[in-house]
Each structure stands twice: as structure tokens, then as C-alpha cells.
Design a protein around this ligand. Structure first.
Ligand code: DGL
Length: 278
């Protein structure tokens, strides 16, 4: 069988649990496909690390998914999309991976963000890496140059999620602190994007801290819709995605911990297999 005739699951990569918020929307939107999720929980968070390290870790994860037979990998991680996607697409998908595709989450999020604000002032919560990269502002400038973007880096939010501290006073404290800081930059913000896949898990506390008039955008549904559209527009890639409704989960951490945390975060125990990326 020729390489391009082989079918495989759609790969989803994240630094940890956050990508599961994107994955659950993708699965809901496109239930017939097979999926392979890889969470680099052992090395999360990525958001406070240097460009080189994020690129190296992301490439290791993407290669593991490509080697597992994925024709298409979604970087369901803003930090990885901001810091590694372009290099991977331009440099690393050559030779034996030339017929594979890797997509990120920033472009589909920006496309939608630009259509939602009526005040012309949008806010963004993200990891320090995503905010420092300025990727959202750069993409927004191309599509919606009139929209002003105010950004707030929230280094504590991912550890709160990865350690299941989302219903604690610590979560309320750190969420309020960054919400206040963002709106102190510009009180007229009417739309806020959660530019980190972990953040939708903080939605109940975010909703308490952010004024009701402000829309809070969770990327999961946007990315799922954009993937459905991509598959429609790229039948050659779509044909290579296997469709048995199967799912497989890989984690670089201890699988029983992955299971018990998914039980607490998603009310569903997800059994993962261990994978070593080093
Ligand atoms: N969930 C990832 C994102 O969307 C990053 C979390 C991390 O810092 O590891 O940015």
C-alpha cells in the first residue's frame, strides 16, 4: 500500500489537559473520525518557557503523532501554535512527513474574534508565551486592522487547572486579579477571547468576575468548525483520515493521574497510555 493511501487518526496535541476542551468540541462536531490525543502533561506548563524549548517539545509531540500514523495534527495549544507552528509547517514537514498537515488554533480564533466585537475593543487572556509572541495582534492586523486588542498574560491559570484548583479561593483570586488588570487597560472591551485551551475550565469563576455585558469566547467550537471546513476544502487529506469513531489518549505523565484528573475536570475518566517524548 502506498504511503498516501494509508489512513490514520486525526492527531490532537496539547501541553496537557487543556486541549481536551478543544477535543471534546471537535469530537462533538465530527464524531465519525478516529482521534489520537497527546498531552505533554509531564512538561506542562509550556506558557512560561522559552521559544526554543516550546518549539522542541512541540516538535517531539507532533512527530510522535505523525509516527503513530496521523495524516493531520491539530496543535490544540495556543502557546505551541504561536511559537512552533510556522517552523513546523515550513521546515519540519519535509521528506517523510511531506504529505502530512499540521494546523493551529490562532487563525480560526482570530477570524471569529473580528466578527464579534461591536465596540472595536477586544481583550485576550493567554499564557505569557502567547502574549509575548503577539501572534493574535499580528493576525488580527491582517484581517481586522480596525480592531484594538488588549492582552493580559495569566501565568497562574494553567497550573490551577493542571492541579485541579479550579473551584478554590486561589482560582477566584488569580482570575479576578487578571480580569481587573485587563479591564484597567481598557474598560470599553466588549469581547474577550480565552486564548489558552485550559481557560474554559475556569469559565464559572471567569463568568463571576467579568461583567455580564462582555462576551467570553471559548475557542473549542471555533476550532471544531474550522476543522470541519478544512476537511471539506481538502478532500485529499480528509480521505486519509480513518473513520471508525475510535479515540486514543497518550500522556507523557503517569496515566492513572491523567485518568483521575480527567474525572475531576471533565466528569469522565479518560484512560491514557504513557508515551516518552525524550
Ligand atoms: N493550553 C496551552 C495553550 O493553549 C498552554 C498551556 C501551557 O502553558 O502549557 O496555550
Amino acid at each position: 500500500m502506498k504511503m498516501q493511501d494509508r489512513k490514520g487518526p486525526i492527531g490532537i496535541f496539547d501541553s496537557g489537559f487543556g486541549g481536551l476542551t478543544v477535543y471534546r468540541e471537535i469530537r462533538r462536531r465530527l464524531p465519525g473520525y478516529d482521534y489520537c490525543y497527546l498531552g505533554d502533561n509531564a512538561r506542562s506548563p509550556y506558557g512560561t518557557r522559552s521559544f526554543d524549548i516550546i518549539y522542541r517539545y512541540t516538535l517531539q509531540g507532533v512527530k510522535a503523532l505523525l509516527d503513530a500514523g496521523c495524516p493531520l495534527v491539530i496543535l490544540a495549544c495556543n502557546t505551541a501554535s504561536a511559537k512552533a507552528l510556522r517552523n513546523i509547517q515550513q521546515r519540519d514537514l519535509r521528506g517523510k512527513y511531506a504529505d502530512r498537515r499540521v494546523l493551529g488554533v490562532i487563525r480560526p480564533s482570530v477570524e471569529k474574534l473580528g466578527t464579534l466585537s461591536s465596540s472595536g475593543k477586544a481583550g485576550l487572556f493567554g499564557t505569557p508565551g502567547t502574549v509575548r509572541s503577539d501572534s493574535y495582534r499580528i493576525e488580527l492586523k491582517k484581517l481586522y486592522p480596525e480592531l484594538e486588542l488588549f492582552q493580559e498574560a495569566c501565568p497562574m491559570w494553567v497550573p490551577l487547572v493542571e492541579n485541579n484548583e479550579i473551584h478554590t479561593p486561589a482560582a477566584s483570586y488569580f482570575v479576578r486579579r487578571h480580569v481587573d488588570a485587563l479591564f484597567a487597560q481598557e474598560p470599553g472591551i466588549d469581547t474577550v477571547i480565552l486564548a489558552c485551551t485550559h481557560y474554559p475550565l475556569l469559565m464559572p469563576v471567569l463568568r463571576e468576575c467579568v461583567a455580564e455585558r462582555v462576551k467570553i469566547i471559548d475557542q473549542g467550537p471555533l476550532v471544531a468548525e474550522s476543522l470541519a471546513d478544512y476537511l471539506r476544502r481538502h478532500p485529499e487529506t480528509e480521505a486519509r483520515c480513518s473513520k471508525n469513531g475510535n479515540e486514543r489518549f497518550l500522556t507523557t505523565a503517569f496515566p492513572p493521574d491523567f485518568g483521575s484528573l480527567t474525572e475531576m475536570l471533565f466528569e469522565k475518566t479518560i484512560h491514557a497510555e504513557h508515551i516518552d517524548l525524550n
